[in-house]
Design a protein around this ligand. Structure first.
Ligand code: NAD
Length: 508
């Protein structure tokens, strides 16, 4: 079987699963009502598999299995070292499946194969990292000599609901699965409906690593039905969500009634500020990679590039020239730099933004069209708009594709004002060789994460997350463990207890 992609065909991974099922209590299952949905690839845009479409009954079965494993199984109370051993075996399993995983991910999402390979490695690293975290966590104690010893017990919260998006799906699933499992929680994962393929590898990886049955459960399905049922289930005390801001708002409203714990990793429209004193060559390479890698479907993409006026015209010219030369092609081709966008609906949305940009008067200097050699599939030549102003929708709204807005600025204050002139606040990037300016500007950007003289390169220990409409809470390092555990303080009296004595003074 092959899927066509304009000028050339792209290979379909061997043994491609064509029926994706739920995984509940250690067994594969269809939906209780038998419902399914079709899954298509972004090159052929043809259904290659059907997936079980979960609903409230399937979620209930999964939560019940997870609850049973949590309350009755060994996982939640297992010594950290033992749990860490399982996590390390999971990491080994992911690495052993590296090539297969990359093939499936690239086929299902449209990510270039070379970039999909990086995702598998990163997913394995998440498990290895959280194995290290749980064995090295310090414990808190507060002593009042002779009077009290107070110590904090960290308890896994219970059944964690994990809801994930379609961009780099396996890696983003690992991002939640690793700390949730490391903490001793049981989980119900609801993968994104556009890209459920790579998630089908989890059950075997987990089982082979010795994760007890019922600790990991997965329900496929449509967000508004399966995802919503997970959010609404009374047996799920916390939800870790990554996805669009509007979906996050819906989930927060739904979770309010039961006061559920929420971690929200939402959308972004991150600025790249390039000052005239910067290493412009490096800034150019980094800005291009930052917005066009992963097909531009990256939450931390630097999708607004603000450039200081003295270097602006030349920068725009060179940025456009490079964007036109980016190799757009079949995701499975190792020479491809930008692949196919995930789904025709998303492709149509990105193309709408290209039309909006033109209509609102931005100067289109590169791309904006399907490459001539690719007459089918969700392909777009990397698109560069120059002279974009802060009022324009292409400056304000997340496009989540290979489309960038370039805007000139004069002063530091103007750059900061432009950087902060959107509702999002996920990431920011500053390019300058002036150390003081680098610090000052970085700290003035309203964003959860700022890089100076770099694109997004992240140490797993650092806090990840956004401010404003980009999210609530932080993941990363011990912060993820904090989210999936509840601290309990035990106050232990050391001396003789001497409680005030009520009811002893009145005699009649
Ligand atoms: P989405 O919000 O459409 O879907 C995300 C997940 O939520 C999917 O699994 C979907 O099925 C589910 N869902 C949808 N409606 C739901 C509901 N009512 N209740 C429960 N679950 C529901 O997002 P997407 O289009 O899959 O992903 C792209 C978005 O994700 C972009 O906005 C991007 O910026 C964001 N993102 C953010 C980060 C981050 O760390 N901040 C990382 C990656 C992606």
């Amino acid at each position: 079987m092959t899927a066509t992609s304009g000028a050339r065909a792209t290979a379909v991974p061997r043994d491609l699963p064509t029926g994706l099922r739920h995984y509940i209590g250690g067994a594969y299952r269809d939906s209780v009502d038998g419902a399914t949905f079709e899954v298509s690839d972004p090159v052929g845009n043809a259904a290659y598999a059907t997936a079980a479409a979960g609903g409230p009954e399937d979620i209930d079965l999964a939560v019940t299995a997870a609850r049973t494993a949590f309350c009755d199984g060994p996982w939640a109370s297992m010594p950290a070292r033992e749990r860490a051993r399982v996590l390390v075996r999971i990491a080994d399993g992911i690495e052993a499946d590296d090539e297969r995983l990359a093939e499936l991910e690239s086929f299902d999402t449209g990510l270039p194969i070379t970039q999909a390979r990086g995702q598998a490695r990163r997913a394995a690293e998440n498990f290895r990292y959280f194995a290290d975290v749980i064995v090295s966590l310090h414990e808190e104690a507060y002593r009042v000599p002779g009077v009290q010893t107070n110590y904090v017990v960290r308890k896994p919260v219970g059944v964690a609901g994990l809801i994930t998006p379609w961009n780099t799906p396996f890696m983003l699933e690992s991002w939640k699965l690793a700390p949730a499992l490391a903490s001793g929680c049981s989980v119900v994962l609801k993968p994104a409906e556009f890209t459920p393929l790579s998630a089908s590898l989890w059950p075997e990886i987990f089982a082979a690593a010795g994760l007890p049955a019922g600790v990991f459960n997965m329900v496929n399905g449509i967000g508004e039905r399966a995802g919503q049922a997970l959010v609404d289930h009374p047996g799920v005390p916390l939800i870790s969500f990554t996805g669009e801001t509007t979906t996050g708002q819906t989930i927060m409203r739904s979770a309010a009634g039961a006061l559920k714990g929420l971690s929200m990793e939402l959308g972004g429209k991150s600025p790249v500020l390039i000052f005239a004193d910067a290493d412009v060559e490096k800034a150019l390479d980094s800005a291009i990679f930052g917005v066009f890698s992963l097909n531009g479907e990256r939450c931390t993409a630097g999708s607004r590039v603000l450039v200081q006026r003295p270097i602006y015209d030349e920068f725009v010219r060179r940025f456009a020239e490079r964007a036109e030369r980016i190799v757009v092609g079949p995701p499975g081709d190792p020479g491809t730099e930008v692949g196919a966008l995930v789904h025709p609906e998303h492709y149509a949305r990105v193309m709408d933004y290209v039309a909006i940009g033109k209509a609102e008067g931005a100067r289109l200097v590169a791309g904006g069209v399907r490459p001539a050699h690719l007459n089918t599939g969700n392909y777009l030549q990397p698109t560069v708009f120059a002279d974009v102003t802060a009022e324009m929708r292409i400056f304000q709204e997340e496009i989540f594709g290979p489309v960038v807005a370039l805007t000139p600025f004069d002063t530091d204050d103007e750059a900061i004002e432009l950087a902060n002139a959107v509702r999002y606040g996920l990431a920011g990037y500053v390019w300058t060789n002036d150390l003081r300016r680098g610090h000052r500007v970085a700290e003035s950007i309203e964003a959860g994460m700022v890089w100076v003289n770099s694109h997004n390169i992240r140490d797993l220990r650092t806090p990840f997350g956004g401010v404003k409409a980009s999210g609530l809470g932080r993941e990363g390092g011990a912060r993820s463990i904090d989210f999936f555990t509840e601290p309990q303080i035990i106050h232990l009296t050391l001396g003789d207890p001497a409680p005030p004595r009520f009811g002893v003074t009145r005699t009649s």
